[in-house]
Design a protein around this ligand. Structure first.
Ligand code: XMP
Length: 521
């Protein structure tokens, strides 16, 4: 797969536990430079073989002089490869190379004004004063030998440092939007210091991915579970481009999809791309298994289990899964990072069990292909467009694997699903009509287990309460509720109570993540 060993221009972000580490990787990728996140303590010998053109040491919660502080392999700083230390990363560089780090008199958190002292390299073309975002308790007190101050701020006499040999440290965070010129600063590091050319594009990705899928699969066959979402559709389309009709897709309708969803997905992938797709309507089976189940985690487990059963039966019927076949999955980079994060930072709490449709059936023997394993969501979308998929599919908002099961609070019945689907349809329709669909991360309805009293005409009603959730987000790790215009909210509410039989009240969720999650279950 494109990723390890395959990209000629790679930058590694060594992750020391900052909440922004993933964001650094994204910002680098946005500048067309391929970037991977690795644990901060990864030995140089493991990275060397990939010939990185640059290294970034992330921030982190530790203090460099704490006994258990995570440290970079000292060889990393002496390998002759350009290094940029951010916050804790800068303090590590200072500490390791003979400088001094000490607690600042006061913690610096929030906006600060950077005064550029040396505008030659990192700050080239950016002006003398730059607003930046700080978040640190320690600071560099004494420079390591050979280093100079490149910028300072009110509270940090060394807000940026460099040694003229490609080693830099910055105390602020260039990756967050509150540092408006952060993109240019990272760009200067990538292009001026590391000598990048910017070869990471959707087109180059498709070409590399198609080649490596062909190489990996040889004359084998590939099975792919389609969920209707953009990830599995893009993964299937890439595989289809590589090996054509040796790909078979299985689309399991679990009865938990949105209104008209199954048909729309089939029309595009089957109709437009002429893929071999088996459409399995297993809704009865899922709904029977979910009968009486109200616990959110239990719902996820049931949906995951039934999915594997159905998939396994279908695979066997096709004679697949005997060890010689491949299973394509639309796993994304954040899932990969999340599933390995616990190795570096044990104790990370499991908030929800995410069952992605396409989980590997234990009873079958497949080899895995995950062509999107190193992509962020926005990159998957760019690849989807590059492959010619329609915008309607490419920009579809994320939808959880367990589908409406985790939006239908309490018991799942066909009637309650009908109410939820109709309400959800109105939400999405209004969001689209008002040109907001692509501006928000997700927009949907939730059916609560609450009924409320209302009045319609001259009659008392006692009917369902529907909640509306619309959030903005960059990566679903954090999210904020969307500040929708009142008129849009009014129309959504009005249409739901008028058009959806069984609903007499609508509320809007104004909780951010954290402390809430995006889904209600
Ligand atoms: P939460 O609710 O954890 O959701 O803030 C973050 C993102 O993940 C989606 N989500 C899921 N996706 N299986 C999935 O494939 C799941 O069980 C699941 N639960 C939540 C959610 O829609 C949001 O985009």
């Amino acid at each position: 797969m494109p990723g390890p060993g395959h990209h000629p221009e790679t930058v590694f972000v060594l992750d020391f536990g900052s909440q922004y580490s993933q964001l650094i990787a994204r910002r680098i990728r946005e500048q067309r430079v391929y970037c991977e996140l690795v644990p901060g303590t990864t030995p140089w010998s493991q990275l060397e073989a990939r010939r990185p053109v640059g290294l970034v040491l992330s921030g982190g919660p530790a203090s460099v002089y704490a006994p258990a502080a995570p440290r970079a392999d000292p060889k990393i700083l002496r390998a002759g490869v350009p290094v940029l230390g951010i916050c804790y990363g800068m303090q590590l560089i200072a500490h390791e190379l003979g400088g001094e780090v000490a607690p600042a008199d006061k913690r610096e958190y929030g906006p600060a004004m950077l005064e550029v002292v040396d505008a030659d390299c990192l700050f080239a073309g950016l002006g003398a004063q730059l607003p930046v975002w700080m978040s640190h308790g320690d600071r560099v007190l004494k420079l390591p030998p050979g280093f100079r101050v490149l910028a300072r701020s009110g509270n940090s006499p060394v807000a940026a440092m460099g040694d003229g040999q490609g080693r830099f440290g910055i105390q602020f965070h260039p990756e967050v939007l509150h540092t408006p010129q952060g993109r240019e600063i990272l760009g200067n590091f990538l292009y001026r210091v590391c000598g990048c050319r910017g070869t990471w594009t959707p087109g180059s990705f498709v070409a590399e991915a198609v080649c490596s899928i062909r190489e990996q699969v040889g004359d084998g066959r590939v099975l792919c579970a389609l969920s209707g979402g953009v990830d599995s559709s893009v993964a299937a389309t890439l595989v289809h481009r590589a090996i054509g009709d040796r790909l078979t897709c299985i689309f399991v309708d679990n009865g938990l999809l949105r209104r008209e969803e199954p048909q729309r997905v089939l029309d595009v992938l089957h109709g437009t791309l002429d893929m071999d797709i088996r459409h399995i309507d297993a809704s009865e089976r899922f709904l029977t298994a979910l009968r009486g189940v109200t616990d959110p985690e239990q719902k996820r487990l049931v949906v995951g289990r039934v999915f594997v059963e159905v998939f396994e039966e279908q695979a066997r019927a096709l004679g697949a899964g005997q060890g010689a076949d491949f299973l394509a999955q639309g796993t994304l980079y954040p899932d990969v990072i999340e599933s390995t994060a616990g190795d570096t930072f044990p104790g990370a709490a499991r908030i929800k069990t995410h069952h992605n449709v396409g989980g590997l059936p234990a009873g079958l023997r497949f080899r895995l292909i995950e062509p999107l394993r190193y992509l962020f969501k926005d990159e998957v979308r760019a690849v989807g467009l590059e492959l010619g998929l329609p915008e309607d599919l490419v920009f579809r908002q994320p939808f959880p694997g367990p589908g409406l099961a985790v939006r239908c609070l309490g018991e799942i019945t066909p009637e309650r699903l009908r109410v939820l689907r109709d309400a959800d349809w109105v939400v999405v329709d209004e969001i689209k009509r008002n040109g907001l669909y692509r501006q928000v991360w997700q927009s949907f309805a939730i059916l609560t287990p609450i009924r409320t009293v209302g009045v319609m005409g001259d009659d008392r009603t006692y009917a369902n309460l529907v909640a509306v959730r619309v959030v903005t987000s960059e990566d679903a790790m954090t999210a904020d509720w969307a500040r929708l215009p009142y008129e849009v909210l009014a129309r959504i509410s009005n249409r739901i109570v008028n058009e959806v039989e069984g609903v007499n009240r609508v509320v809007f969720d104004i909780t951010s993540k954290p402390p809430g999650t995006i889904e209600w279950e």
